[in-house]
Structure formats: structure tokens, C-alpha cells
Design a binder for this molecule. Structure first.
Ligand SMILES: C[S@@+](CC[C@H](N)C(=O)[O-])C[C@H]1O[C@@H](n2cnc3c(N)ncnc32)[C@H](O)[C@@H]1O
Length: 656
């Protein structure tokens, strides 16, 4: 490039590059690309006008559909903190759209190209984690380091079991996780994060008081199933356990065979990024990386070729709330240890739809026969006992789990009842953290359900007075409608779960909370969830009230309907009453009752959700509505008459 200034060189390259990208040609030759990379933080110029180009960038907190190579080119250089990539391994796996069988050279070249983009979009202190199979691990590691300029920090081996048995070679039970950084002396590594650290062997095995109470960093081999190495890796030992997301696990999204476990991504994201950082996954798949990033308060961004995966993963992401606990293997039984003498505690069939890689070498039958039946949660404490005690009955298992759950509840409960703990997202988070610490296998939904089951079956010890929940009738009146509508919407979305199930399952309760937020402003999720529980409780009494006043109700109805737009609620200020909302086609949407009809309808009129759907309304107000109980019962009678779309039929509520 003798005689050409850097600026000229950059300008020329950018012109070529812009034109190349525009024409959709293959990228520039390697040598030019390398030089271009060095210059990439310099200003780009439009080839036609020579004006500086401000590069467009991809929107955060979205999964973008398309080829990651093309999409990453749209990301401004130096804007991403952490990239986690789990690309196709080129082993003929069947994806929805991607064809996973290319000539070696093509695959390696393609990998180099997208890794080069990863390098470009990372911030100077950014980190790149690559998950890769045996077939191309060596080539990709050499390329990443020697051709692209990454620095390798760790070569982690994720060891999983439940792999497929092979006849003529050893069964595959690991994936390589390469930890690369862009700058070897400046990168994020949160070694002190307690959620990244594990207890030391000194503390756990020898109960040695000199052990560092904050534990230690995990090794670079991350093991998934402790029972395979009972002597080498004790279940609660200083090695990581992550169950692969098997077909039986509730964590499994069901639409993607290569879904990674959230706990695995949790460790990576926690150690290599901070809250508010941007996490990119160029091969989003089922959206695990992004779901975990969102839960952990990171900004996130994904690319995925398959439109169908994008749709399903986006739905998954919508159900994820920031701050929610990470999923474990949600089928609590799926990672059960065998006993020391090799006996199984129970048996279930192999997981359906387990992914099969390297198909020629595999024979049917996996090791999943070692999973248990499905009535208990198993803890690492249990498996520790399992490896040291000759036999362990199901009764023992239940006791250990109950003790662990009850302990986790009392460590988190802050004097609250089980119901309030389920209603309050903050207490939920604390309870789930304690469950993780207790070594309980499973996920938040399992722990919640089991806790509730224990409460309902009287298996719960009492420890002093519980705090009373102070929610006044006025407060309830102000947002019960939001509780009822959100309950109904969640009921529809998830095909009829009970209210208990909604609050036990973080995905469903997050949907409930989101719906409520659209309906009423400035109220925390806990009181609204509580209002739903109160509605359920009241429903039992409502049955009697409806029967008692039926003959009166039968003669009364809404009369004149008015247009929603232009409706003046002021004249109903301070008046109790009932109201009926209908849509454009006169389909019944909601029947509500309020202590102060004027205030309630003003709130509805200011709310976009109501204004988007409601077209007309009718009101029954005035002194001839004797009291609250009467109004509530009359409202239920009208719900039974009109079946509005947003009401929960509280009378006759069964199984809710
Ligand atoms: C191994 S899977 C990723 C699984 C993901 N880690 C999870 O937990 O669900 C690889 C994904 O990359 C997608 N893919 C393949 N080629 C791609 C490309 N060029 N751009 C974007 N996505 C691609 C596939 O459709 C597949 O969903």
C-alpha cells in the first residue's frame, strides 16, 4: 500500500465494502479484510457522496430473523460486551431451515467469517464464548486465536450425560466451551460473584473451618451428573452440575432440539458481563442465552435463521421477567442419582425426542432409565446420601426434600404466609435462591408447587404468627378489575390453569403481571396477585349471594348503551354502580362493579388497553344498589348472563 495514506486506504476499503455488502457478494479477500478490521473503528464513507456514514445498528432486546453474518454486519463496531455462540456443528443435525452438512473447508471458512464479525462488534474489553463439538473444535480455536486475534482464557469442557450409547466408540458426553477475550489484560471476569463460585472441597467434604467461606471458582470441567463419578465428584462437591435439557424437563421449550440449560448460560453471563451490558447470541435457537441475559438484567440481542424458531423464542422471551430465577431441569426427577450399590430409585422411560448426533454410530437406548418416577424433588443432598448410604427409600427422599423446601421457605419468608410468598416476586426470588443453595433439583415452578402442596396437605410446621396482609377494601376495589382481567387473559393464554398454578409458574405469573400493568398504573404485582386470590376466596360466598338475590337480579339489566369515545364519567363521581363494556361488534367484554363509578371509568378511559378495545358502555348506578355484597353478586349474575370475554366466571368456579 506504499504511498497511500491510512485515510485513503480506509476510504477505498469502505467504498469497496459498502458496495460489496450492497451487491450481496461474498466478502473481501482475507488480507484486505484483516486490514479493514484494523481500520474498522474509523469513520465509514458513502461511496457515492463521500459523506460520512453513521452505521445503522441492530435493535437490542429483539431476536432478528436472518443470516447472522449479514445481521452482524449491521451492528456498529465495538458495541457488544459478550457474545455467546452455539453454532451448528456441521454434523448433519436436522434444523428447521439450516442445512448442517457442508464440506469441511466451507464450514471452517464460514466459521471464520462469522467469528470475525463477532470480533468486530465486541467492545475492546469484550468476551466471546464459543460452544463447539469435537469435529471442528481444534480448527476453530486456532483460527480464533491466530487468524482473528482473540485470546483464549479457558477451555472449559461441559460434561453431560444422558448421551446416546455407541457401539463402536465411546459415547459423546461433552461440548467444548472456549472462553475468548479481545484484550488479554482488559476483560470482565466476575470471579467474586457468589453465584459463580462453588463451595470448596475443604468446606464440603472435610467440613474444614479454614475453608474460604466464599467458596472458590469452579474448575474448567463442568460436570452434569455426579453419580457417574461417585468417588471423584461428590454431588455437592466443587464441580458444576448442569443437566442437559432432556426431553422430559419442563424447562424444555419443545421446539428446538439443541436447547442449552439456563444454568450453564447463567454462569457464563454472570462471570463475563455485568448488569446493563449487551449480550449477543448469533445462533439464538430456542433463545436460552437471551432468556438468561434478560433474567439477569442484561440488554440482549439475537440472530436466528429460522423464522419459526424466532417466533417461538420471541414468545419464550416475552414470558421471561427480569429478575426471575433461572430454570433448572424443571422435571425434578430427571437428574436423579443412582444409589451407591447401583440400584435405581425408580424408573421412567427414555426421554422422547432426544437429540441424536452422529447418527451412524448410535444405537437406540439412552441412560435415561436412571431417572425416577415423578412425585418428588431430588436434591444434591439426597444424592450425597445416595452415594454414601447403601439404600435410600422414596420415603427418605420425600423427607429430605420437604426439609429442604421448608428450610428454604423459612430462610426467605420474612414472616409471610406461603400464599403471600407466592404472590410477592421479591420473596419468590429469595425463596428460589434458597432452594438453589439447598441443592434442590428442579426449577422455581416445581419448588412453588411442592411448597403449596405441603401447605395444603398440612405438612408444614408452624413457627409463630404470620404477618397479616394489609390490603384495604378501598385498595382492592381500585385494582380487583385488573386482577380479574389478567387472570382471565392468563387463563386463556395457557389453556385454563388454576390461579395457584399461575402463581406457581414464573412464566405464567409474569404474563399475569404484564397484563395487569397494562390495565392499572402504579400498583406492584403482589397486591394485584393478592386481589386475584381474594376474588377466588370471595367466589365461594358469591354463590350463596347470587342464589339469594336471583329473583331480584332476573328483572334487572343494562339498558342504554353510550359511545366510549366522548363518554363523560364525571357525573358518576362518588356513586357506586355496575358497568358493562362492549366492543365494536357489540360483543361483551367486561362487567365490573365499583364503589366510585366515576373514578373507575375515568381510569379506564385513560388506559390505552381499554380504549383500544371498548366501543360502547352501559351503566347501572344509584341508590337502589343496596351494598357491596349485592353489587358483587349482581355483577356475577350478569357475567353468567353475558359471558364477557374478560371476566372470570367466579360463580361456579371449579378448579381455579
Ligand atoms: C445449536 S443451535 C443453537 C441452540 C441454542 N444455543 C439454544 O439454547 O437453543 C444453532 C442455531 O443456529 C441457527 N442457524 C444456523 N445457521 C445460521 C445463520 N447463518 N444465522 C443465524 N442462525 C443460524 C439454527 O437454525 C439453529 O437454531
Amino acid at each position: 500500500m506504499g504511498g497511500v495514506s491510512d485515510a485513503d486506504f480506509t476510504r477505498t476499503l469502505n467504498k469497496v465494502r459498502c458496495a460489496t455488502v450492497r451487491r450481496g457478494r461474498r466478502p473481501l479477500p482475507q488480507a484486505l479484510r484483516q486490514r479493514l478490521r484494523i481500520m474498522e473503528n474509523l469513520m465509514l464513507f458513502d461511496p457515492e457522496t463521500d459523506a460520512p456514514v453513521v452505521p445503522e445498528s441492530l435493535e437490542f432486546n429483539r431476536i432478528h430473523q436472518g443470516d447472522c453474518l449479514e445481521l452482524m454486519r449491521k451492528i456498529s463496531p465495538g458495541t457488544i460486551d459478550l457474545v455467546f455462540a452455539d453454532p451448528p456443528f456441521n454434523i448433519g443435525y436436522e434444523y428447521d431451515e439450516y442445512h448442517d452438512q457442508h464440506a469441511d473447508e466451507d464450514y471452517i471458512n464460514w466459521s471464520r467469517e462469522w467469528m470475525e464479525e463477532v470480533h468486530r462488534v465486541l467492545k475492546p474489553g469484550g468476551t466471546f464464548w464459543l460452544a463447539i463439538g469435537d469435529e471442528y473444535a481444534a480448527e476453530l480455536k486456532v483460527d480464533a486465536e491466530h487468524k482473528l486475534g482473540f485470546h483464549a482464557r479457558s477451555w472449559v469442557v461441559w460434561y453431560y450425560t444422558f448421551g446416546v450409547n455407541c457401539k463402536r466408540k465411546f459415547s459423546r458426553s461433552h461440548v467444548h466451551l472456549f472462553h475468548f477475550v479481545k484484550d488479554e489484560s482488559n476483560f470482565t471476569f466476575n470471579a467474586e460473584d457468589p453465584r459463580v463460585r462453588v463451595p470448596s472441597a475443604r468446606a464440603l467434604v472435610y467440613a474444614d473451618k479454614r475453608a474460604n467461606p466464599t467458596g472458590r471458582l469452579p474448575d474448567d470441567t463442568w460436570i452434569l451428573r455426579p453419580q457417574d463419578l461417585p468417588e471423584g465428584f461428590q454431588p455437592a462437591d466443587d464441580t458444576w452440575y448442569f443437566a442437559r435439557v432432556a426431553g422430559t424437563f419442563k424447562e424444555r421449550q419443545g421446539f428446538h432440539g439443541c436447547q442449552m440449560p439456563e444454568q450453564l448460560l447463567g454462569r457464563i453471563i454472570r462471570v463475563s458481563s455485568n448488569a446493563g451490558d449487551v449480550v449477543l447470541d448469533p445462533f439464538a435457537g430456542s433463545g436460552t442465552t437471551l432468556a438468561v441475559a434478560k433474567k439477569l438484567g442484561r440488554k440482549w440481542l439475537g440472530c436466528e435463521l429460522s423464522a419459526e424458531y424466532v417466533r417461538s423464542a420471541t414468545e419464550r422471551l416475552e414470558g421471561v421477567a427480569e429478575g426471575a430465577a433461572l430454570d433448572g431441569p424443571a422435571d425434578p426427577l430427571a437428574s436423579a442419582p443412582s444409589t451407591a450399590n447401583g440400584k435405581k430409585l425408580g424408573a421412567v422411560s427414555a426421554a422422547p425426542g432426544e437429540e441424536k448426533k452422529n447418527v451412524q454410530d448410535e444405537v437406540a437406548g439412552s441412560e435415561e432409565g436412571e431417572e425416577l418416577g415423578n412425585t418428588e424433588l431430588l436434591s444434591s443432598e439426597v444424592s450425597r446420601r445416595a452415594s454414601s448410604v447403601v439404600s435410600l427409600t422414596k420415603r427418605d427422599v420425600r423427607d429430605v426434600i420437604r426439609d429442604a423446601l421448608v428450610g428454604a421457605y423459612f430462610a426467605a419468608y420474612d414472616g409471610s404466609s406461603v400464599d403471600w410468598l407466592l404472590a410477592d416476586p421479591r420473596l419468590q426470588e429469595r425463596f428460589h435462591e434458597r432452594c438453589v443453595e439447598a441443592g434442590l433439583i428442579g426449577g422455581p415452578a416445581d419448588w412453588n408447587r411442592e411448597l403449596l402442596r405441603l401447605r395444603k396437605t398440612g405438612g408444614f410446621p408452624k413457627r409463630g404468627e404470620l404477618k397479616k396482609v394489609h390490603v384495604t377494601d378501598e385498595e382492592l376495589d381500585a385494582y380487583s378489575f385488573a386482577a380479574e382481567i389478567s387472570w382471565r387473559l392468563t387463563h386463556e393464554k395457557y389453556h385454563g390453569p388454576s390461579i395457584d398454578e399461575i402463581f406457581c409458574d414464573p412464566v405464567k405469573s409474569a404474563f399475569f403481571d404484564r397484563s395487569a400493568r397494562r390495565l392499572v398504573q402504579g400498583v406492584e404485582p403482589a397486591p394485584i396477585r393478592w386481589a386475584a386470590l381474594r376474588l377466588r376466596k370471595a367466589s365461594r360466598e358469591l354463590v350463596n349471594e347470587v342464589k339469594r338475590y336471583h329473583f331480584v337480579f332476573a328483572k334487572r339489566d343494562f339498558a342504554r348503551f353510550q359511545k366510549w369515545r366522548g363518554f363523560k364519567p364525571k357525573r358518576f363521581s362518588g356513586q357506586p354502580g355496575l358497568y358493562f363494556l362492549r366492543d365494536e361488534e357489540k360483543k361483551p367484554l367486561f362487567v365490573g362493579h365499583a364503589r366510585n363509578l366515576g373514578a373507575r371509568l375515568s381510569g379506564h378511559l385513560e388506559c390505552a388497553y381499554f380504549s383500544d378495545h371498548v366501543s360502547q358502555l352501559s351503566v347501572i348506578a344509584g341508590g337502589d344498589l343496596p351494598g357491596e355484597e349485592y353489587r358483587a353478586a349482581f355483577k356475577e349474575e350478569l357475567v353468567r348472563r353475558y359471558h364477557p370475554q374478560w371476566n372470570m366466571p367466579l360463580v361456579g368456579l371449579t378448579n381455579a
